[in-house]
Design a protein around this ligand. Structure first.
Ligand SMILES: Cc1cc2nc3c(=O)[nH]c(=O)nc-3n(C[C@H](O)[C@H](O)[C@H](O)COP(=O)(O)O)c2cc1C
Length: 379
């Protein structure tokens, strides 16, 4: 029962296509009401948490998730933020407050940033490796301040005396982190709880896990591994593959060219690896069994989807799990509908295989027993 499945909040908007702006009428703006519907679906279906991204196109992750605490019951919020945008002591204070007001539902995704234009927009002129050196210092102070004891640190990027929070949060929020460069790997091995990767094929993921395990062991640590994938899962595999064709038919060539130009200039090693999977072409997008790279033609970040019937998608999750991945951050378009496909299709399959715990939304808080509903005997 070691798998954790998370979902994703589309805080830059949702649609029925891969591109944020599909044909007229397809776009769903990221209103609080809509994002709350996605979060509530994830909560009821039994996802452990929801990743909430950071970046100019997205609504602010801290504010959006704080507004969702009282809209949801037990769902955790994996809040992405960048160390260039706030001090580590302020990040610790926000995290401590969030843990208290949400009763421990915060997880942190520390995002170093891989796009120079995006970083400069926020006033950050450091280069790729300098940014990671700052993240290293940031996480040292963040952990120190969250301990609740005064923490002193003098580095190249931060200099704090007595950094702390009024009361150490309990539990401490787990630190998640993605980044595929050498600089990212070294820092992850030193600081993080969960090391995240975008959905590369198993053959590319396995050596990364082996390398990260060794780097962490050199620091006397162990890591949990997570992967970020889209899904297109249906009762019948044909229906899932038809959906990929529908997505492709809606991909506009101009938009594809703009995205490819952007990927060609990125300093993010993770993004370069994602772009190498589709090579900017609509041909040969099935890059491993049930793994489709079409998302990456127009979207940065997570560029691949697990496609197939529920049992095939569960097979692939099991395959990644056998490589060492315990946490899956999934998403799909539109995010409410696809959450239900996963929740009602793939999750029961994983439970049958003994890989996923019972849906906590169906367990009584009072008795700890499964709540019994009429007409569900034996289901
Ligand atoms: C699962 C995952 C989620 C990420 N989320 C974000 C995000 O919300 N915003 C962002 O700017 N970068 C995000 N990133 C990018 C990384 O945090 C990192 O800054 C970038 O990949 C550059 O690192 P690299 O050159 O080491 O690959 C994410 C990466 C991964 C693997």
């Amino acid at each position: 029962m070691s798998l954790k499945l998370h979902w994703f909040l589309p805080t830059s908007g949702d649609s029925r296509t891969v591109t944020p702006f599909g044909p007229d009428g397809h776009f769903r703006p990221p209103t609080l009401e809509y994002i709350a519907q996605v979060a509530q679906a994830a909560d009821r279906l039994g996802f452990d948490g929801v990743l909430t991204p950071t970046g100019t196109p997205c609504e602010d992750a801290w504010l959006m998730t704080a507004a969702l605490i009282r809209e949801t019951e037990r769902l955790k919020f994996l809040v992405a933020f960048r160390p260039n945008a706030l001090t580590p002591t302020l990040a610790a204070q926000k995290a401590a407050t969030f843990q208290r007001i949400s009763d421990g539902r915060l997880l942190l995704n520390v995002v170093t940033g891989g796009d120079d234009d995006e970083q400069q927009r926020f006033g950050d002129w450091l280069d790729h490796d300098q940014r990671y050196a700052r993240t290293d210092e940031f996480m040292t102070i963040l952990r120190g301040a969250l301990s609740g004891q005064p923490f002193d640190f003098e580095g190249d990027h931060f200099n704090v005396a007595g950094a702390t929070v009024s009361q150490a949060p309990d539990p401490q929020p787990k630190l998640y982190f993605g980044g595929a460069s050498t600089a990212a790997e070294e820092i992850a091995a030193k600081h993080v709880d969960v090391y995240l990767m975008w959905g590369e094929p198993p053959s590319m993921i396995a050596p990364r896990i082996a390398r990260m395990r060794q780097l962490a062991a050199d620091q006397g640590r162990t890591l949990t591994f997570g992967i970020r994938l889209h899904t297109i899962t249906r009762d019948h595999a044909d229906d899932a593959w038809k959906e990929t064709q529908r997505f492709l038919d809606l991909v506009d060539d101009n938009r594809m060219a703009v995205s490819q130009d952007q990927f060609a200039r990125t300093t993010s090693v993770g993004q370069q690896r994602m772009a190498s999977l589709h090579k900017g072409s609509k041909e040969n997008l099935v890059i491993a069994p049930n793994l489709w790279a079409g998302y990456g033609l127009v979207r940065s970040g997570a560029a691949t989807a697990l496609v197939g019937n529920h049992s095939e998608v569960a097979d692939r999750i099991e395959e990644y799990h056998s490589l060492g991945i315990d946490e899956f951050i999934l998403s799909g378009h539109p995010h409410i509908e696809e959450a239900y496909w996963v929740g009602e299709g793939v999750m029961p399959e994983l439970r049958k295989r003994g890989l996923l715990a019972e849906n906590p939304a169906l367990i009584s808080r009072n008795t700890g027993q499964r709540i019994s509903y009429p007409n569900t005997a034996g289901r």
